[in-house]
Design a protein around this ligand. Structure first.
Ligand SMILES: [Zn+2]
Length: 883
């Protein structure tokens, strides 16, 4: 099968010649003293011995710790982080009379310890007693209630990134304050407790409890600390002498087989790739049935929502294996990039997330080339490119003032733009040189911190190229370049007039920017690019071979830029779109849609292009088409043209569905299986009546005999049942959701019942989020689904009316960020104004940033709705078959 074309060799030759030697304005290499942050740097921790005892109801805990500290300059005052906890006492061990006066400073999420006598420079031991909360909102130390065949069970776990270790124990909770940790916890005798390191010893406490003590970790950042305890069991294997385990709630261990086998492969691969062996004696993959939505790369104890770690052959769709592998590859890459070498401060979060996102695909491509992960991951890249086309886009390297701002940089720019950029950079440097640079970086900064400048200098040393000068325009300035290409034929040869500018969906006064853009070009369908040039000035003229076939830019679609062609080239490319490699087809569809959004090309051009892929057999191509259909359908809500649009969209999606049919054929590709499910889901959402009837028939059969419904069809069939549910069906879905013991199934039922078109049922779905029936991430998902379905205003009114109650249950991140996420789906300028007036989101710096971004998204959608929907409607009227 064709793989994504590597352009490394050609780029290397072309760029070695033209690369400028100027050094860009990069930040400084890592130095503790100059690292940003809010804590004073005159006292540093070196080792924490922590002891926690949860209360019998598991709503609070008592804790004590002895922290080995190093005083760098003599001081009476020690400042460290503590949040939502009470410090009972603080004193220096072995230094009589040195009990501290404790002053909480909640606005800074810290506490001040003032001593009667100055602490001399050197080593001291600080002993602190404290009490804290075990909360229900998935931050700090939290509890999870989950259904089992024997009834509801409870467990506890931690989630600390970016800055919630301070909820579990008083600490220097910034990534540059690395130390070792030696925790112990008292739990019921039948619990299994898991932390970063293996258990050192267990001692009985009273009749029913035990105290579990863990070995000391290597030096690491606080946000990577983990403690999980519950009725758990472990499945184990071995990889290069490291004990790899999947930890799940009792009864689900066997569902960890796929993850365990994958983790063993990945650990061996990474040991080789990074040139530094995984340094801990064990690695646990811990499946938690709620509380956290995704996964967290705690060193030696990665926590996953169990829906993305466990695979149940009876109920999980085949494609779930891909999701599990990719998330696992991401979190395991962090064991090196993030855990062993940590970004100095959150402004360089991309060093963690961009790298892990790039490595997840590289590893998936290595072990599962038939998944075509780069091609099928196009949606991620699009999401980053869309975000980057707004004036509110931030650079990959983004100044971060505090913890709430840190939270706001966990976005598609940090993950997916960085991922795309690293792919480009690896291509440019060559895979071998790139890896040599990474190994050098790992060896130089192990157990310590690093900045982007450190990465560039390692890559420069390995490759002999000035990496900073090509990288800085991508990481230090926001935005995505637009390359315009004007092709002229003279004396039988193509000449391209190229120019670059920042691409923006809405006109804005952004400053002029330049990038150094490696541009591969060639004839559609050619196996290799005809050439690669580096566009580094504003304009450039390029010879591009004999006239004839049009010239396609961003050949192979490995570049991070948009292309706008002259009209003749564009229509010639549209006519030859089916001869191109799938990645180039996806690229053309994506760019033409973005240009339409920016009002740079007419509606006809995009819809003409879509008509030319009617017979396409590629999942990635159809997913691009379907994402536009979903977007337009959303913007058409409440407008007169919606039913004609939906009819037109159904006509477009019928041919690929007719090819695939309802039932899986022997030997079909997994991409076809995945595409079938997505087509059914979208045709159902677009109101295809015969398809809906068939989905309902299959749902009814499923209720009688669950085995009658192929695991790959459960998602779309159950979703359609929910969307068109009457009260009886809705009640059935809820009963299934309450009974389901697997998180993946549970999510599916609750999302389906939240999609109900019947407003009374949608309202009832919202009301569930105020109860304890579902964990916080499912509750948030219900509200989002009601908004994304047919009732955005209802969802908004509900959140406004219950904001305090919801915030109490879901915690501070909900308060700062949820409203902005919710309202970014709206397409009327009045909501941007409403968000600007909604006080809670403006209480924190991070909340304000998220609100500004959401407002821009709303305005962009509102403008599109005002200006382009009518043109789309007119196109549909002209092209609809006569009624
Ligand atoms: Zn990550």
């Amino acid at each position: 099968m064709p793989r994504t074309i590597s352009i490394s060799a050609v780029v290397l030759i072309a760029l070695t010649i033209s690369l400028p030697t100027s050094v860009a304005r990069a930040e400084a290499p890592y130095a503790f003293a100059s690292t940003p942050g809010r804590l004073p740097k005159n006292v540093v921790p070196t080792h924490y011995r922590i002891d926690l005892t949860p209360s019998p109801d598991m709503l609070t805990f008592a804790g004590s710790e002895v922290v080995d500290i190093k005083v760098l300059t003599s001081t009476n005052r020690v400042v460290l982080n503590a949040l939502d906890m009470k410090l009972r006492s603080a004193s220096l061990v072995g230094e009589p009379g040195q009990s501290a006066t404790i002053t909480p400073t909640p606005a800074a999420e810290s506490v001040r310890l003032d001593f009667a006598h100055p602490l001399s420079p050197g080593a001291h031991k600080l002993s602190i007693a404290f009490t804290g909360r075990i909360n229900g909102f998935g931050r700090g130390l939290f509890h999870v209630y989950y259904p089992t065949a024997q009834g509801i069970r409870r467990m506890i776990a931690t989630e600390l990134e970016p800055a919630d270790a301070r909820r579990v124990f008083p600490c220097w909770d910034e990534p540059a304050f690395k130390a070792s940790f030696e925790p112990s916890i008292t739990v019921p005798r039948d619990f299994l407790a898991v932390s970063n390191m293996p258990i050192a010893r267990e001692q009985p406490v009273g009749a029913n409890l035990k105290r579990v003590s863990f070995g000391a970790t290597p030096r690491m950042s606080t946000y990577l600390f983990v403690l999980v305890a519950g009725n758990l069991e472990r499945l184990t294997g071995d990889a290069d002498g490291v004990k790899v385990g999947v930890v799940a709630v009792r009864g689900k261990r066997e569902q960890g087989r796929f993850a365990l086998a994958s983790a063993i492969d990945l650990l061996r691969y990474y040991n080789d790739y990074f040139g530094v062996k995984y340094p801990l004696p064990k690695l646990d993959l811990i499946a938690v049935p709620g509380g956290v939505g995704g996964a967290m790369e705690n060193w030696g104890g990665i926590v996953f929502n169990e829906s993305i770690l466990l695979f149940d052959p009876g109920t999980s769709p085949d494609a779930l294996r891909r999701g599990i592998f990719v998330v696992l590859a991401h979190e395991m890459a962090h064991q090196w990039f993030g855990d062993l070498v940590t970004m100095a401060w959150w402004n360089d979060l991309w060093l963690n997330e961009g790298f892990a996102s790039w490595m997840q695909n590289k590893a998936a491509d290595r072990f599962h080339p038939d998944w075509h992960v780069w091609l099928n991951d196009a949606a991620q890249k699009q999401s980053a490119m869309d975000t980057d086309a707004r004036p509110t886009a931030h650079p990959i390297q983004q100044a971060v003032a505090d913890e709430t701002e840190a939270q706001s940089v966990f976005d598609s720019i940090t993950y997916s733009k960085s991922q795309a950029f690293l792919r480009e950079l690896e291509d440019y440097l060559g895979a071998e040189q790139f890896r040599t640079g990474i190994r050098r970086y790992m060896a130089a900064h192990a157990y310590s911190n690093a900045t982007t400048a450190d990465l560039w200098s390692a890559l420069t040393a390995a490759s002999g190229k000035q990496v900073a000068s090509i990288a800085a325009p991508y990481t230090e300035q926001p935005g995505i370049p637009l390359v315009t290409s004007d092709a002229h034929c003279a004396d039988g040869r193509w000449r391209l007039a190229l120019a670059q500018q920042r691409f923006l969906i809405r006109p804005s006064k952004a400053a002029a920017q330049l990038w150094q853009i490696p541009i591969a070009f060639g004839a559609p369908g050619a196996g290799e690019p005809a050439g690669v040039i580096l566009l580094k000035d504003k304009t450039m003229s390029v010879a591009a071979g004999r006239c004839g076939a049009p010239v396609k830019l961003n050949f192979g679609y490995t570049g991070y830029y948009r292309v706008e062609y002259d009209t003749a080239s564009d229509s010639a490319l549209a006519k030859t779109v089916e001869t191109m490699a799938p990645a180039d087809r996806v690229n053309l569809l994506s760019d033409d849609w973005a240009l339409l959004e920016a009002d740079r090309v007419p509606v006809d051009r995009y819809f003409g292009l879509v008509a030319n892929v009617a017979d396409d057999r590629n999942r990635a191509v159809w997913e691009r088409v379907m994402s536009v259909i979903a977007r337009v359908d959303d913007l058409e809500r409440g407008l007169p043209g919606r039913s004609a649009f939906q009819a037109c969209a159904r006509t477009r999606l019928k041919p690929p569905f007719a090819r695939l049919g309802w039932d899986r054929r022997a030997g079909e590709s997994e991409d076809d299986t995945i595409l079938r499910g997505k087509l059914i889901g979208q045709l159902g959402a677009l109101g295809d009546s015969s398809l809906i009837a068939e989905a309902r028939r299959r749902f009814a059969a499923f209720l009688k005999d669950p085995r009658s419904l192929d695991a790959n069809l459960r998602g779309p069939v159950i979703f359609i049942a929910g969307r068109y549910a009457d009260r009886a069906t809705w009640n059935q879905l809820r009963a299934l959701g309450r009974k389901a013991t697997g998180t993946e199934q549970r999510v599916r039922y609750y999302v389906a019942l939240a999609a109900a078109i019947d407003p009374a049922l949608a309202k009832q779905a919202l009301a569930l989020t105020l109860t304890d029936e579902v964990p916080s991430e499912i509750a948030n998902g219900i509200i989002m689904e009601v908004a994304a379905g047919e009732h955005p205003e209802m969802a908004l009114a509900f959140v406004k009316a219950n904001f305090d109650a919801l915030s109490d249950k879901r915690g501070p991140y909900f308060r700062s960020f949820f409203m902005s996420s919710l309202m970014s789906h709206f397409a009327d300028r009045k909501y941007a104004e409403e968000l600007a007036r909604f006080a809670p989101v403006h209480e924190t710096p991070g909340g304000r940033i998220a609100a500004a971004r959401a407002a821009e998204e709303i305005i962009e959608a509102a403008d599109f709705r005002t200006h382009q929907i009518a043109a789309i409607d007119a196109w549909i009227n002209r092209h609809s078959p006569a009624a």
